[in-house]
Each structure stands twice: as C-alpha cells, then as structure tokens.
Design a protein around this ligand. Structure first.
Ligand code: FEO
Length: 406
C-alpha cells in the first residue's frame, strides 16, 4: 500500500484507486477506472481531513492517514459531498478521530445521520464565505448545490490557493501519476464526466463558477481523477463554455415534437401540432420521427428545446421503446424552465399517453395542457384540435400565463 502523497508543503493526497471499476453509478462507463480523492492538511495546531473514500477502500485510506499523523491530531473533517464514494469511510474515521469536528452544509445534516448511522458526530454547518482556521490555514466555504447532490459544497484553502471542488472538475480516470500534467490524455473522461454529472445542472455550474472566480486558484483538488495543477483556468473555461447557453437563435424559443407512428395517425397529429406551434413568430418548431434519431442527437435537441411534445400510439398497453429511450435521456439535461406535452392516436385504451404525461410531470416539466388523445384515424375536426393544441402550447412557451392544475 502507498503512503500519503505530498502535493504541497503540509498538504497530502490520501485518496485511493479503483482501477477495475467499469460502471459507476449504474449509468457511467469507466474504461480507465476511477479514484476516490481525499486530502489531509497538517498544521501546527492539528490536522484537517477533506472528504473520505468509498467504504471498501478504507484500509488503504487509514494506512495513508497513519503515515502522516496520529488520529488524535485530527481536529477538523470537512465533508464536501456525502455520496457513499466519499463518505463511506466517515463513520470509522469519526470513531478513530475522537477530537474531530465535522463541517458540512446545512442540507447535508439530515442526510449525514442516515449515512454515518451515528448521532455522536460533532457537526457544524458552513456556507458560502464562512471561514474556519487552524494553525494558520484558512478554509473558506462555497455552496455549490446539485454538483452533484443537493448538499454539495466546495472550499478554498486561502494561503495555498487550492480549490477543493468536490465532484466538480472530476474525471473517472485512474492513473497513479495523479497530476493532470503527468497522467495520460484524460480529456475524454473529463468531458464524459461533465456530460453525465454536471450537464443536467448547468445553471448551478455557472453559479459555482461565479464563486470560484473570486478565488485565485493554483490547484484544483477534486474528488475523482487527476488533481489539476497545470493551468486550472483551462478546465474552468471548459466548464464555462459547456454550461453557457448558445444564443444562436437570438432569443427565440424552440419547441420540439417527437413522435413514433404505426399507421400514420400519430404522425398526422404531430404534423398539425407542428404547424400550430410554428406559426408563432418567436418560436422555432421542429418535428422528429424518433425511430431515426440516435441518443446523442436526442440529448442535443432536448437541451436546446424549451418545449417538448411527445406523441405515441399505445402498443400492448405500453409506450414503445424509442419513446422510453427519449424519456430516459431526460436525466442528462437540465429540466428547469421546460414545458412538456403529449399526444397520440390509440386503438383500445391508450395507456401510453398517460404514461408519457406522468413521466414528464414527475421529471418536473411544466405540463400546461391536457394530453391530446384520440381514437384511431383523426377526423378533420380532430386534426384542427391538434393544430390549436400546438398553437396554445407555443403561446404558453412564449410566456402566456396558465394555471398548471392538470
Ligand atoms: Fe463522486 Fe457524487 O460522488
């Protein structure tokens, strides 16, 4: 087992490696494995530990701590994020470091009880710009909620100009050379990680970047993958670029209509809804046959769309797979401020339409209109109703106030 790695005077990396993991959090592929990063700061008044590691790696974690200090020296434990890959060793650390106080965000307090399974931890809440100090080291806290859980925060070690960024700026990429300027090319892992962990929370990323901008950063100590010390601004700029909305449409809003169809009935409905939505000056409507879209394109389109309307027939009482694929892509986009709607032609009972509508609502889309549901071949009047559905939806997306009581 390796001992703690000095990364700056009195500052040590005490994280662990998980080179063989191939899937993280069910949805992420990890071809290069990952690391669970943790840090230790020594001062003449005691030791600060920043985050712990996944429980199954705690033996190595404690070995590293023991290589540089005694447990009774540990005064502060800072938990930026409570996901078990970082809090797994906390209960054991708290038992060993009996003099330590744990610093967490207010949102973390109720969660910590369920994770640490103990009431005996001495806890203190911290928030943006609150500072603590020990032996000449000052830690300033920065609230960075949703990156990647609601309780997440970052902190800044003032004297050493180090940003402890939590999951932000991480990569699932193991390389025991540790630093960004020494490891292999991890650009793909940095972007992939952003796309899966940060992209659904772009607004929160931009808020975090505004806080980071006030700090003079020499090094970014994140929770996964290479520590960033070679031009940290380069990585900050990447996050800025990926999170800022592209205004290529000069303020116009996009409504995207996705459909699948068996006998053209749902397609005919989609076309009318499209024509109704498109008529509005400030709206750009688009229509897509989902069977011909791959997942990456779905995500790009969903992200740009303020309004999303989904149409499907019901097949064997269910929604067909291309629609579920679209709905599952929603976990990778920011839903804040988006509107949803549903439609479909059905033969018997039409369960698919309610299923899609329920899914949009549970994802916190604003769903202002009752689904447009009709039996088999639409009549002229029904097609006209589809047209007015599109028109009404576009007016709402463009700012018309309605009650969301459906
Ligand atoms: Fe690395 Fe969200 O935990």
């Amino acid at each position: 087992m390796n001992t703690a790695l000095k990364i700056k005077e009195d500052i040590y990396y005490i994280g662990v490696n998980d080179p063989d993991i191939r899937t993280f959090d069910i949805i992420m592929k990890t071809a290069n494995g990952t690391t669970y990063n943790s840090y230790l700061v020594k001062t003449n008044e005691g030791v600060i530990i920043l985050d712990t590691v996944k429980e199954e790696f705690k033996k190595e974690f404690f070995y590293k701590i023991e290589s540089v200090c005694k447990y009774e020296e540990i005064k502060y434990i800072i938990m930026h994020h409570l996901e078990p890959d970082h809090s797994g060793a906390l209960p054991e650390l708290a038992k060993r470091a009996k003099n330590a106080k744990v610093f967490i965000s207010p949102m973390a307090r109720p969660m910590l009880k369920s994770i640490a399974k103990t009431d005996v931890l001495e806890l203190e809440n911290v928030w943006t710009n609150k500072e603590i100090s020990l032996g000449g080291k000052t830690i300033r806290f920065l609230s960075t909620p949703n990156l990647h859980w609601p309780e997440t925060m970052s902190s800044y070690l003032v004297e050493d100009k180090i940003l402890f960024s939590g999951d932000v700026f991480g990569s699932h990429y193991f390389d025991d050379r540790v630093f960004d300027d020494m490891v292999g090319d991890f650009d793909y892992a940095f972007k992939y990680y952003y796309d899966h962990i940060m992209r659904p929370f772009k607004t929160d990323v931009l808020n975090a970047l505004r806080l980071y901008e006030k700090c003079d950063i020499d090094m970014i100590c994140n929770l996964h993958g290479p520590i960033i010390r070679d031009n940290p601004q380069k990585y900050i700029n990447k996050y800025k670029k990926w999170s800022n909305k592209d205004d290529r449409l000069h303020g116009k809003k996009v409504i995207s209509i996705f459909y699948v169809t068996s006998y053209k009935n749902t397609k005919d409905m989609a076309q009318q809804i499209y024509e109704g939505a498109e008529i509005h000056d400030n709206i750009i409507a688009n229509i897509y046959d989902l069977t011909a879209l791959d997942e990456q394109n779905m995500i790009t389109i969903l992200e740009e769309s303020t309004g999303i309307i989904i149409g499907s027939p019901t097949i064997n009482g269910d929604v067909p797979k291309p629609i579920w694929d679209l709905l599952s892509c929603m976990m990778l986009i920011e839903k804040k401020g988006k509107f949803g709607g549903c439609f479909g032609s059905y033969g018997w009972s039409g369960e698919a339409i309610e299923m899609m509508n329920g899914r949009l609502k549970s994802l916190k889309f604003r769903v202002p209109l009752k689904p447009m549901k009709l039996k088999l071949i639409p009549t002229k009047e029904e097609l006209y109703n589809c047209y007015t559905f599109g028109l009404e939806f576009s007016e709402i997306v463009n700012g018309k106030m309605v009650e969301m009581t459906l």
